[in-house]
Design a binder for this molecule. Structure first.
Ligand code: GDP
Ligand code: GDP
Length: 439
């Protein structure tokens, strides 16, 4: 199950960006740069009291005139309502209650999602009184903060995390592998989903997403139990192109966050686009298992080399995730559609794989014997011990004499050795290096 999603909503200039940056804090800087993703980042991973969650900035609003602001607020509220587990509604304690705050409050309330009302710019204790008028919004007791001074953020986060899991996600759903089908419009996502559902007699149900409005489908097959998260059916019309893009990115992001495995679908007649790189970059950054499906293979004229060349081309664009696994299908003719869930399940198994400590240390010792770490600043890295500390994705801690002696090429070598010894196709793996004193 993915991390909870928290959306930040509010009028222009209430301090959304300030709050976002404050909460994202240092963590945003340590996220690895993925091509295309970093430029206009609209989400951040945050942590509070052992709760990890994803924060979404539902969009900046350029203050022009009131009508436009209101129209954009409405879109923002819609995005928040559709994608978030908890909505943080920010108002301006300095400017006071604004008529449009009522309107937004009403839109949000209809969602039945938990909402935390936050009065910002309460920079000093004397200003607390400014918060009283916001009771009029009928959203209960507001939390007062000062985003710029970093005041009250703890109390606010306490309120936010209180709402996590409050609607009790079905425990039995843990047996299901969650698959998000991502990709541009018209690549064939719905066609594949329909094919998968239609060809299988054991469709359990169409369950309306319990915490969101998306429609998920459960299905049970020989390969196992799956939930298909539908991002395809939900599209909005908007006059502003940028809005459409942001909208679909936020939607996709929420689907990715809820998934175990993301299937990037590409149209064989179009190849990989920048947008694909960006979307799958999110899945990579959020540590999901990843599978690439090239669809409409029926439309490609091919000989015995075409598939290999095609894959090499895509892999070039996706070099930051060389672990991805590929499948070439036709949702229309059904070619290899029966392989989709099998391959997805294999990726998932690798994603959840655990390696026994003994075997792991054997592999690493042998790797070090075959190729010693290079000398860095007259010293050499020494690996004492390796252990797997987590799955989804598999995460390994290496205890070493000094992590500063690790050369990136050697880290890559170690990762390759692990991948050669164990099957991690379809999933990233994480290597963490910690110092331990020699004894
Ligand atoms: P957004 O449009 O909602 O994203 O608002 P910004 O984060 O860009 O903030 C708008 C303005 O309010 C900026 O000038 C901020 O410096 C200021 N601001 C943000 N938070 C606070 C706060 O806690 N106290 C005060 N006094 N000003 C703040
Ligand atoms: P989505 O927007 O990604 O959900 O794409 P759709 O499933 O709606 O498919 C878009 C169009 O591509 C439809 O006209 C489909 O009939 C067509 N299509 C989907 N898969 C295939 C395929 O494998 N081969 C061919 N030739 N057409 C396909």
């Amino acid at each position: 199950m993915g991390k909870p999603v928290v959306a930040i909503v509010g009028r222009p200039n209430v301090g959304k960006s300030t709050l976002f940056n404050k909460l994202a804090g240092k963590r945003i800087a340590i996220v690895q740069d993925t091509p295309g993703v970093t430029r206009d980042r609209i989400y951040a991973e945050a942590e509070w009291l052992n709760h990890n969650f994803t924060m979404i900035d539902t969009g900046g609003i350029e203050p022009t005139n009131e009508d436009i602001i209101m129209a954009q607020m409405r879109r923002q509220a819609n995005i928040a309502v559709e994608t978030a587990d908890v909505i943080v509604f920010i108002v301006d304690g300095k400017a006071g209650l604004h008529p449009s705050d009522y309107e937004v409050a009403q839109m949000l309330r209809k969602s039945n999602k938990p909402i935390v009302l936050v009065v910002n710019k309460v920079d000093r204790i004397e200003l607390e009184d400014n918060a009283y008028e916001f009771y009029n919004l009928g959203m209960g007791t507001p939390v007062t903060i000062s985003a710029s001074q970093g005041l009250g953020l703890g109390d606010m986060l306490d309120e936010v995390v209180k709402h996590f899991n409050s609607d009790g996600e079905n425990e039995e759903d843990d047996e299901y592998v969650r698959i998000a089908m991502i990709g541009k419009p018209n690549v064939g996502k719905s066609s594949l989903i329909n094919k998968l559902l239609g060809e299988d007699r054991n469709i359990v149900s169409n369950i309306p997403g319990t915490t969101r409005d998306a429609i998920d489908s459960k299905l049970e097959t020989e390969e196992g139990k799956f939930i298909l998260i539908d991002t395809a059916g939900l599209r909005r019309k908007s006059k502003v192109k940028e809005e459409i893009e942001r909208y679909s990115v936020v939607r996709t992001l929420a689907a990715i966050e809820r998934a175990d495995i993301c299937i990037l679908m590409i149209d064989a007649t179009e190849g990989l686009s920048d947008q694909d790189e960006k979307i799958v970059g999110y899945a990579h950054e959020l540590n999901k298992a990843i599978m690439v499906i090239v669809n409409k293979w029926d439309l490609v004229e091919k000989d015995d080399k075409t598939m290999k060349e095609f894959q090499a081309n895509i892999a070039k664009g996706l070099s930051f995730m060389s672990y991805a696994t590929y499948l070439f299908i036709s949702a229309k003719t059904g070619q290899r559609v029966n392989r989709v869930l099998k391959v997805a399940k294999d990726c998932y198994n690798n994603y959840s794989k655990r390696i026994a400590t003994g075997v792991l240390n054997d592999v690493i010792s042998r790797a070090v014997l075959m190729k010693e770490p290079p000398i860095v600043a007259l010293r050499r890295l020494k690996i004492f011990y390796v252990t797997q500390v987590g799955t989804k994705p598999p995460t390994f801690i290496f205890f070493v004499n000094d992590p500063n002696l690790l050369h990136f090429s050697y880290e890559r070598y170690l990762e390759n050795q692990l991948r050669e010894s164990f099957d991690f196709k379809g999933t990233g793996i994480k290597l963490i290096f910690r110092q331990r004193k020699e004894d």
